[in-house]
Design a protein around this ligand. Structure first.
Ligand code: GDP
Ligand code: MN
Length: 377
C-alpha cells in the first residue's frame, strides 16, 4: 500500500528523522491559513501516490501566504500521471546546499533488506540507476543483526567528507532502517536528503510503501489508506471474497484459483489478446460470487468479451453455472461469454448451461482464442 508524503513524514517523525514542519490542506483558503501559521518561505506540494511531482508542476516554492494560496489553487485538481490532486502539503521551505538519496527496499535476489545511498539525490533515482549506476552505493543487510552503526557510517562516508555530516547522516540511515523494519515497509526512501548551508540535515521528501500482507499488524497505517477510483473497485471485490486487479486489455477473465488465473492471462497473451483483469473467484464458489464477478466486469467499459475458465475441484461447476444463469437473469449483459468448465459436476453444469447462449470452449486454448476473436470484432 502506498501512503502520501505527509503520512510518511509523520512516521519519520516518530523515529526521530528530521522533517520540516507542515500541514495538509484541501482548499486554497486552508493552505493560506496554514501558511500564516508556519511562516515564510514555504513549499506547496501535491499529495498523490506518484513520484516526479516536481517536474509535473506539483511542487511550488512560495514567499508569502498569498502566494501559497495561489499555488494551492493551481496544484489542487491538477492531473499528475493520471491521478487527480486532492490534497496539498504546506511545509516550511528548506535552504538547500546539497541533495542526497537514502533508500531501503526488500531485495528479491538476496531476500534481504537492501540499503542504497547516493550523493546524486534530488533527481529521479531510477535515471541515476540507469545512466550512472556507479553513483549508487548498495549494501545488503543481514536481518538477524540489522544494520550496524559502523555499516551506517561507511555508507554515510560515501555521501560526505565532513565528519560531522557523516555522523548526522549515519544516524538518519540507522533511524530509517528502524522505521523500514518496524512498519513492515517494502520501500522507504528520502529523496532529497538535504544539507543546508548551516550544516543542518532534513528529509525534504518522504516515501513509504507498506507490504499489504503486514497491514493487519498496523491498524494505524491502514487508516492512512487513500484509495483511487480503480483501487475502490478492487477493495470492493475483496470485501466480496474476490481477488480482482484491473488491467488495460479488453478480455474479461473469471477464473477460480490464482494460478489458473495467471495461466489464463498468459494464454490470452500468447494468442495475441490482452486481459482486462485478473479475477479469482476463489476455491469454493457460490452463485452469488459469480454474480458479483460479472457485475465488476460489465462495469469496465473496456471489456469486449468474457472468458470463464473454471476448473472444478472444491469449486463445483454446477454452482458456477447456476451463478451464470442467475447473473444473466439479474443483470443486463450484452457481452459475449465464452466458457470452459471441467471437473467436479461438469455434466450437471453443462446441462444447466445448455439453456443459455454461452459459447462453450473445448479447451483452455480454444476458450482463449474464441474470446480474443470475439473481442476483436
Ligand atoms: P518529487 O518531485 O515528487 O520527488 O518531490 P520532492 O519533494 O522531491 O521535490 C522535488 C524538488 O523540489 C526537490 O528535489 C527540490 O529540488 C525542490 N524542493 C522541494 N522542497 C524544497 C524546499 O523546501 N526547498 C527548496 N529550495 N527546494 C525544494
Ligand atoms: Mn522526491
Amino acid at each position: 500500500m502506498k501512503i502520501h508524503e505527509y503520512q510518511a513524514k509523520e512516521i519519520f517523525k516518530r523515529f526521530g528523522i528530521p522533517v520540516p514542519d507542515g500541514k495538509v490542506a484541501t482548499t486554497p483558503e486552508e493552505a493560506e491559513k496554514i501558511a500564516n501559521e508556519l511562516g515564510s518561505p514555504l513549499v506547496v506540494k501535491a499529495q498523490v501516490h506518484v513520484g516526479g511531482r516536481g517536474k509535473a508542476g506539483g511542487v511550488k516554492l512560495v514567499k508569502t501566504p498569498g502566494e501559497a494560496k495561489e499555488a494551492a489553487s493551481k496544484i489542487l485538481g491538477l492531473d499528475i500521471k493520471g491521478l487527480t490532486v486532492k490534497k496539498v502539503l504546506i511545509t516550511k521551505a528548506i535552504d538547500i546546499k546539497d541533495e542526497a538519496y537514502i533508500g531501503y527496499i526488500v531485495d528479491r535476489r538476496s531476500k534481504k533488506p537492501l540499503v542504497m545511498v547516493s550523493a546524486a539525490g534530488g533527481i529521479d533515482i531510477e535515471e541515476v540507476a540507469r545512466e550512472t549506476p556507479e553513483k549508487i552505493h548498495k549494501f545488503v543487510i543481514d536481518p538477524f543483526y540489522g544494520l550496524l552503526p559502523h555499516q551506517a557510517m561507511e555508507l554515510a562516508l560515501k555521501l560526505y567528507n565532513d565528519i560531522k555530516l557523516v555522523r548526522k547522516a549515519a544516524d538518519v540511515i540507522l533511524k530509517l532502517y528502524k522505521a523500514f523494519i518496524s512498519v513492515d515497509a517494502s520501500l522507504s526512501e528520502i529523496n532529497p536528503f538535504v544539507v543546508t548551508p548551516d550544516g543542518e540535515i532534513w528529509a525534504v521528501d518522504a516515501k513509504i510503501n507498506i507490504d499489504d500482507n503486514a497491514l493487519v499488524r498496523h491498524p494505524d497505517i491502514e487508516e492512512m489508506r487513500d484509495v483511487t477510483e480503480a483501487e475502490k473497485k478492487e477493495l470492493d471485490a475483496k470485501s466480496k471474497g474476490l481477488s480482482y486487479i484491473k488491467l488495460d486489455g479488453n478480455i474479461g477473465c473469471v477464473v477460480n484459483g490464482a494460478g489458473l488465473a495467471m495461466a489464463t492471462m498468459d494464454l490470452i497473451k500468447k494468442y495475441g489478446g490482452e486481459p482486462a483483469n485478473f479475477l479469482d473467484i476463489g476455491g469454493s464458489s457460490s452463485p452469488e460470487k459469480v454474480v458479483n464477478a460479472l457485475n465488476i466486469l460489465i462495469s469496465d467499459k473496456n471489456v469486449k468479451s468474457i472468458f470463464f475458465n473454471i476448473f472444478g475441484g472444491i469449486t463445483r461447476c454446477d454452482d458456477v453455472a447456476n451463478g451464470i444463469v442467475e447473473a444473466l437473469s439479474k443483470l443486463t449483459i450484452n457481452l459475449p461469454i465464452v466458457i470452459k468448465l471441467a471437473g467436479t459436476n461438469e455434466d450437471e453444469a453443462k446441462k444447466i448451461l445448455s439453456q443459455t447462449e454461452l459459447i462453450t470452449a473445448a479447451s483452455m486454448a480454444d476458450g482463449a482464442k474464441k474470446s480474443i476473436e470475439i473481442a476483436g470484432k
